[in-house]
Design a protein around this ligand. Structure first.
Ligand SMILES: [Fe+2]
Ligand SMILES: [Fe+2]
Length: 331
């Protein structure tokens, strides 16, 4: 009979889980603490091409964060060893839902409902975007059955790192590039919070993947590494086409592609492998965008200081949960 266990935080189950729990908590934020309405004038000053590219970039990011929140994290949680590790992943899953919603917070501020509906329609039909989601999802879905192999768990974690450390960056480029020039700065504060989260997620999931990888025989390691490179090549090729689609009208394609290669190498490093892409120079505006004073991209540092709004804290009382009483009062 299956024995159910309670998560016991008294004894750490490995030497990193407590640090990741703490760091995740320090980075907590919600979209409504930011004020993207400060960007309305900036939005109006952008060319129609830039506005279109921005909407597509954010639409694509929304799709990936939705997948990660609704499928990626929940599937992975079920197959990871260690109840404390599962707790960290659960927290990260909740943040994915905040990420997915936060793009709408920006959209709602700058675009009309018709425009927003059009971009969500675009996201659900764009060939390359759908390919990204379908490819990553196929690895998550392999965890759906009764007897899942360690290789399948490993490859699902690889897919998760590919999504979080590699595939997001074609979307992150534009908000960082614009903010580096003083455009759409308030919205980019939200994007920077997401990037800081993805950074810690990629490292944590990468560590979990490496732990499993190290238990494999040399032969199996070679086989999985080859599979990983095939997956990455496929995603890379698709990412190049996606970048052409989103960025060619604004002339940023080649710079975005350089940034994608830079982050592809980071994804490999998170998984314990050597970089494999040639990167000459990533646009310094984009890299600096991650290092401005108000942003804490380094995930070992403290919570960001750029909170704009004070949260209205409403304390809940027992009677708030008394549905029966409420129902009786209504009757
Ligand atoms: Fe996310
Ligand atoms: Fe994430």
């Amino acid at each position: 009979m299956k024995q159910f266990k309670a998560v016991n935080w008294n004894t750490p189950e490995n030497d990193y889980v407590e640090m990741f729990w703490e760091q995740n908590l320090k980075q907590f934020w919600i979209d409504t603490e930011y004020i993207p309405s400060k960007d309305i004038d900036s939005w109006k000053s952008l060319s129609p091409e830039l506005r279109e590219a921005y909407k597509k970039a954010l639409g694509g990011l929304t799709l990936l964060d939705t997948l990660q929140s609704h499928t990626g994290m929940p599937k992975v949680i079920d197959h990871i060893e260690g109840l404390q590790n599962k707790s960290v992943l659960s927290y990260m899953c909740m943040m994915e839902a905040i990420h997915a919603k936060s793009y709408s917070t920006i959209f709602t501020t700058v675009a009309s409902t018709t425009e927003i509906d059009a971009i969500f329609e675009w996201a659900s039909t764009n060939e390359q975007l759908q390919f990204k989601a379908k490819t990553i999802d196929s690895y998550y879905r392999k965890l759906d059955k009764e007897n899942v192999s360690k290789e399948e768990i490993y490859m699902a974690l690889v897919a998760s790192v590919m999504l979080e450390t590699f595939l997001f960056y074609s979307g992150f480029f534009l908000p960082l590039w614009l903010a580096g020039q003083g455009q759409m700065v308030a919205s980019c504060d939200i994007i920077k919070k997401i990037i800081a989260d993805e950074s810690i997620h990629g490292v944590f999931v990468g560590l979990l993947a490496q732990e499993i990888f190290n238990t494999f025989s040399e032969k199996k390691k070679e086989k999985l590494k080859a599979e990983l490179f095939i997956l990455m090549d496929m995603l890379y090729e698709n990412e190049m086409k996606y970048t052409d689609h989103v960025y060619s009208d604004v002339g940023l394609g080649s710079e975005v592609k350089e940034y994608i290669r830079y982050n592809g190498n980071k994804a490999l490093m998170n998984l314990g492998f050597e970089p494999r892409y040639e990167v000459s120079e990533v646009n310094p505006i984009v890299l600096n965008g991650l290092n401005v004073e108000t942003t804490q991209h380094d995930f070992f540092s403290k919570k960001s200081t750029n909170y704009e709004k004070t949260l209205e804290v409403v304390h809940l009382h027992d009677e708030d949960f008394d549905m029966k009483k409420e129902l009786e009062m209504e009757i």
